[in-house]
Design a binder for this molecule. Sequence first.
Ligand code: HEM
Length: 244
Amino acid sequence: MPLATILFALLFYAAAAVLAGGLAYRIVGYLRTPAPLKIPTTPAPTTRGGVALRLLREVALFESLFKASLWLWIFAWLFHVGLAVVLLRHLRYFTNPVWSWVAFVGPFGVYAGFAMVAGLGGLWVRRVFVPRVRYISTPSDHLMIALLVAIALTGLAMKFVAHTDVVAVKAFFLGLMSFRWRALPADPLLYLHLALVAALMIVFPFSKLLHAPGIFFSPSRNQVDDPREHRHLAAWAARLDPKV
Ligand code: HEM
């Protein structure tokens, strides 16, 4: 087995473990964090179904961002929708036979790669050229954008500049999942794409990218506006309250 195959196999097992373990750790942390105050951003839904709908609109359409800043919304939405389609298209490397809806998404994935880069470009320009945004930007803000741009550009380069053997790439990843290793094609662009992806998986649970699962745990978004109907008591406070 080539050395690069062994190194990438070990790297991806480690990255998958850090991603899954790190996310689980973070989510348990979110679940355990007390929400002592009733603070839904109003106007807010008065039923749990309404809250679910609000979260869905927030996640799918970035509703509050749309109301806050149209330019920021355009670039953020473009990037996230592009990323979502690209990730769905990538499922073909991990499924055999490829699910029919993944095959359907496939052709859109290529445009989505460009949409991703355009969105990220807009977000990066904003960070560099809008003084009040530049002032609050940390090196990690720039590095996360750079990492995502680099992943997208190396992916697009494999698609349009120097083709890689996608059948062998798929065999490698299916082999990793079934613990029957297969050789990874010796292709520098693919090595770079995969190393950057592994880096993304490893930093994800410790970075600002945690906003993806985090939004579901945000009290200002996930609370029902019912403090007139029910007295709000955090679970830990209820245990201390003699009246309850
Ligand atoms: C282990 C996970 C991944 C593998 C095995 C992988 C592999 C590949 C391969 C082989 C291509 C070339 C496709 C072709 O020539 O038709 C590609 C393209 C691409 N990759 Fe990845 N990639 C992975 C993860 C990611 C992630 C996490 C992102 C985004 C953050 C990403 C973004 C892209 C983009 C934008 C393209 C170009 C458009 C497309 O072909 O879909 N990749 N990837």
